[in-house]
Design a protein around this ligand. Structure first.
Ligand code: AMP
Length: 537
């Protein structure tokens, strides 16, 4: 990108070089420009705090490109298929007719805002076509990349944080922490710019990214991870939806792991939290729960997207939030406090249904862990979460303080990259999915397997429609799609294999569920899949 416009591209490859390029770029922007640039470079069209969707998917972009160029569909498809990148396709097809007016970053921001406010796919395509006619092809291509949340310039959030630190001569760790607390790199960029990073703090009704867990395949590897720091703390691994519950003592809100507000879907949780009458933030897992037992995950899914005012649904599918951590207590942030102290504060609270404190057990050896694991599995839970009692709460990070143990039922979170029409009764629907894990260094999806089974017919039909809107290119029966649909897949073994780009292949893969709650950057990496090689083979 150059100066205060949105065009340009860098070939910087090494981390340090990229960081330097970023820092130079950030330094030449004014405040308004800086905020937008940081948000867009982190792969979002709008700040995370501004969650309304823009509904400008590949279909709308394609319609706009065809309209503005008058290009025959076949010719367009050929280019798109060859490049397999909507941003690049935009640049190539617009080149002959491109305009010359380089929009400033604030202009671009107001264009994106008005595009979001425009209702209906064809009106959006019309607005986009007008924009495409005016600006240089490279600027149009970046706008498309921003809209699709896929810049493909090898920038990870960590690198952007470093770039900001270098640009404004501040500590990278402080920038990182501010980003965890704010969840909005645009806002953090402004804090770094104006020397206000010290103002970062945990705030009520302002969700922070969840602490994440690393996976280990068996009890022995879990214990060797904690290397002698015994006993470890053990909780059941509940198979539901991660929620962060905020209350100031009279009002309460429930947020999902993607920081979206879900209070309307689970009003009984908010009411119970507000009745505590003190300012707290809980980290919890929400389960569909009846007669002392968890109900299957798909039962809980029926409450997603529905209003909790639907009393019938609330009674039919009751929920329970198992609170396993507390991030704020009586208004004080506990993030820098060890788990044992956070838990001791939590235990002072008398929670009543549908809130319940998750039980903690201690384990000193593999025999302890294995027997806790068996008990958890028998009572319908997914496995165990093993935690370091001295560990601090690390928002948004797989710090190693939490380890998940799901052995005997290994699963990976993957993203769908290609899909094919099925056979027999599935002839008319896209039902054969090729999926990928994330390459550790580039973050790009790398194929690891294919699955055909696990979803119900209605799920397949709905997913099929959705995948058609994500189509990037088509070859015969097979569509390449934008990597957006996250699946959890189970399998019997992982083996080395040259069949897929990841160098790995799964034996008997089957889809456990669609993970609507997980973002694409949260899927498993090739190296985390590789760690399961020895135990599942
Ligand atoms: P996974 O979804 O397999 O990556 O496992 C991590 C998730 O397990 C977390 O993000 C939580 O949503 C969930 N979870 C279930 N039980 C617990 C627990 N006791 N402590 C922390 N996370 C838990």
């Amino acid at each position: 990108m150059t100066g205060s416009t949105c065009s340009g591209r860098t070939n910087a490859s090494s981390r340090r070089a990229k960081c330097g390029v970023l820092a130079d770029y950030f330094r030449q922007l004014n405040e308004a420009e800086l905020r937008h640039a940081a948000v867009w470079l982190s792969g979002h069209a709008f700040p995370c705090s501004d969650q309304a969707p823009h509904y400008t998917g590949p279909g709308v972009v394609r319609a706009a490109l065809l309209k503005v160029t008058g290009m025959p569909k076949m010719e367009y498809r050929q280019i798109e298929r060859g490049l397999n990148d909507l941003g690049r396709t935009t640049e190539i097809v617009l080149e002959p007719i491109a305009g010359e007016r380089n929009p400033s970053l604030p202009e671009l921001a107001s264009f994106l805002e008005s595009l979001r406010a425009t209702s209906g796919g064809s009106a959006k395509a019309e607005a986009l076509a007008v924009f495409f006619r005016e600006v240089p092809a490279i600027a149009a291509s970046f706008v498309v990349k921003i809209l699709s949340g896929d810049l493909r310039i090898g920038l990870k959030e960590g690198l952007l944080e470093e770039g900001l630190a270098v640009a404004f001569g501040v500590d990278a760790a402080e920038v990182r922490e501010a980003n965890m607390l704010e969840g909005d790199l645009g806002c953090v960029a402004l804090m770094a710019f104006s020397g206000r990073l010290h103002e970062r703090k945990l705030r009520l009704f302002h969700p922070v990214k969840c602490m994440l867990a690393r996976a280990e395949p068996d009890a022995e590897s879990v214990l060797s991870h904690f290397s002698g720091r015994l006993p470890v703390w053990v909780e059941k691994k509940f198979d539901g939806i991660r929620v962060q519950i905020h209350t100031d003592g009279s009002n309460a809100r429930v947020f999902t792991r993607d920081l979206k507000c879900a209070t309307g879907m689970f009003p009984e949780i908010a009411t119970a939290a507000a009745s505590l009458g003190r300012p707290v933030i809980f980290d919890a897992e929400l389960l569909a729960w009846k007669n002392g037992h968890p109900l299957p995950f798909f039962t809980l899914q029926r409450r997603l997207g529905r209003s909790g005012d639907d009393l019938f649904l609330g009674a039919e599918i009751p929920v329970m939030a198992f609170v396993f951590d507390v991030l704020m207590f009586d208004g004080n942030s506990l993030l820098k406090m060890p788990l044992s102290e956070r838990r001791s504060l939590l235990s002072q609270l008398e929670l009543t249904a549908p809130l319940r404190i998750a039980e903690v057990f201690e384990a000193r050896d593999a025999t302890n862990l294995n027997s806790l694991f068996e008990t958890a599995r028998r009572s319908g839970h997914e496995g165990l979460m093993v935690k370091d009692p001295m560990g601090l709460y690390a928002p948004g990070r797989r710090g190693g303080g939490w380890i998940k143990l799901k052995k005997q039922f290994a699963t990976l979170d993957v993203v769908v990259i290609e899909v094919e029409y099925g056979h027999g009764k599935r002839r008319g629907v896209l039902s054969d999915y090729t999926f990928a894990v994330r390459d550790d260094s580039t973050g790009a999806p790398v194929a690891i397997g294919k699955a055909y089974s696990g979803l119900t017919d209605p799920e397949i039909a709905a997913l099929s429609d959705e995948l058609l809107t994500l189509e990037v290119s088509r070859s015969g029966n097979k569509l390449t799609v934008e990597p957006q649909i996250v699946l959890e897949v189970a399998f019997d073994a992982i083996r080395e294999s040259s069949r897929h780009v990841s160098g790995l292949a799964l034996r008997f893969p089957r889809i456990v569920r669609i993970r609507r709650d997980k973002a694409v950057d949260e899927i498993d990496t090739a190296s985390s899949a590789r760690r399961l090689l020895t135990t599942c083979g």
